[in-house]
Design a protein around this ligand. Structure first.
Ligand code: HEM
Length: 237
């Protein structure tokens, strides 16, 4: 084992090392969510704006951009989940030796985080199958009719894919549940992240909790507005 592998191993074995991995990968994932939301809200700007944005994402850096982003996101997701599971196991065995009111409270909130995290993971798998892999539907064959009429060129109609994706109640229902759990997960995750990074004073704690909650609620409102507008208010239908 060389020096680098040894220090990586030591970092992973320590509780604080794993906490850092959870925090840093969490930051990447949560920044992605803000960008993803802004892009998705373009659905309200109409077919041309949304399809132009989707095409831009797929063509960025000659098509390499989207693959690089996928590689970073997937690595962060795997590291985030693996470090969380390892930390939970480590904490559980430590708790068996020493149980107090504080450790019981910590175990309750970490259990809630594990449950919301698992539902979000199931949601991400469903979401990727629906919109990225486009399994079991004909979304791939959708061609933007306006773009074809004005330019004579074919472009994927991601706008119609989104409208049809949210025209089915079970999918909308699952999205609303998963997005609500995501909001709770983020709200708690933001404070834990800052705590791990050392912002732990009494004054900063209150400020961070409020910022975390506000950010989570803003994301929640933004994301749920899309399935709600399409399914309940017939936007685009
Ligand atoms: C109402 C909420 C959401 C909508 C409407 C939405 C929409 C979309 C669409 C249309 C795509 C496909 C992009 C394309 O390939 O052209 C996509 C991809 C993706 N979404 Fe979402 N999304 C939502 C929420 C989320 C959430 C909450 C997460 C994470 C927890 C997420 C994670 C992803 C990921 C990882 C991809 C894959 C990006 C890629 O193609 O590589 N999305 N989303």
């Amino acid at each position: 084992m060389n020096a680098f592998t040894r220090s990586l191993f030591t970092f992973w074995s320590s509780s604080i090392g794993k906490k850092y991995i959870v925090a840093l990968t969490g930051i990447v994932l949560f920044l992605f969510l803000a960008g993803h939301l802004v892009g998705n809200l373009l659905v309200f700007a109409g077919r041309d704006a949304f399809n132009g944005y989707a095409l831009f994402l797929h063509k960025a850096a000659h098509g390499l951009g989207v693959w690089m982003a996928r590689a970073v996101l997937l690595s962060c997701l795997v590291a985030h989940v693996a470090a969380t599971i390892a930390l939970t196991r480590q904490n559980r065995s430590a708790r068996q030796q020493y149980e107090s009111k504080n450790t019981l409270q910590a175990s309750k909130s970490s259990r809630i985080m594990m449950w919301s995290g698992s539902t979000i993971l199931a949601f991400v798998i469903y979401h990727l199958l629906q919109f990225t892999v486009r399994a079991g539907n004909s979304y791939d064959s959708y061609v933007d009719p306006e773009f074809l009429a004005t330019t004579g060129l074919k472009r994927h109609d991601a706008w119609r894919m989104m409208i049809e994706g949210f025209s089915w109640f079970p999918a909308v229902f699952f999205y609303l549940i998963a997005l609500t759990l995501l909001c709770s997960h983020l709200s708690h995750g933001v404070s834990s992240t800052f705590q791990t990074l050392g912002f732990n004073s009494k004054r900063s704690r209150g400020l961070i909790q409020t910022a975390g909650k506000s950010y989570a609620i803003l994301l929640w409102l933004g994301f749920i507005s899309i399935p709600i507008a399409i399914y309940f208010f017939k936007f685009g239908r």
